[in-house]
Design a protein. Structure first.
Length: 84
C-alpha cells in the first residue's frame, strides 16, 4: 500500500528557539499581545510503499531517527494516511 507520512519536527522545549523568539517579538510589535510564545519547526511529507501500517510506522521512525531529525535537539511526531 502507498502511505503518506506527514512528519512534524520541532525543537525540544529545553532548546532555545531564536527564530521563534523573533517571530514572537514581531507579532507583539503588530499588537498581537495575546501571543505568549512561538516555536518554529519543519513539516515534511514522505510517500512510501509498505506492506502494513506497522511496517510504514517502523520505516518512518527509522528515517526520522537516522536522517530527518537531530534527536539531540529536535522531537518529531507523524501521522500516516493512505496516499492517493
Amino acid at each position: 500500500m502507498n502511505v503518506l507520512a506527514k512528519i512534524y519536527v520541532t525543537l525540544k522545549g529545553s532548546v532555545l528557539d531564536p527564530q521563534g523568539a523573533a517571530v514572537t517579538h514581531a507579532l507583539h510589535a503588530l499588537r498581537y499581545e495575546a501571543v505568549q510564545d512561538v516555536r518554529i519547526g519543519k513539516y515534511m511529507e514522505v510517500t512510501l510503499e509498505a506492506d502494513t501500517r506497522e511496517r510504514a510506522d517502523e520505516l518512518v521512525r527509522g528515517m526520522c531517527d537516522q536522517l530527518l531529525t537531530n534527536p539531540v535537539i529536535e522531537k518529531y511526531t507523524f501521522e500516516l494516511v493512505e496516499a492517493r
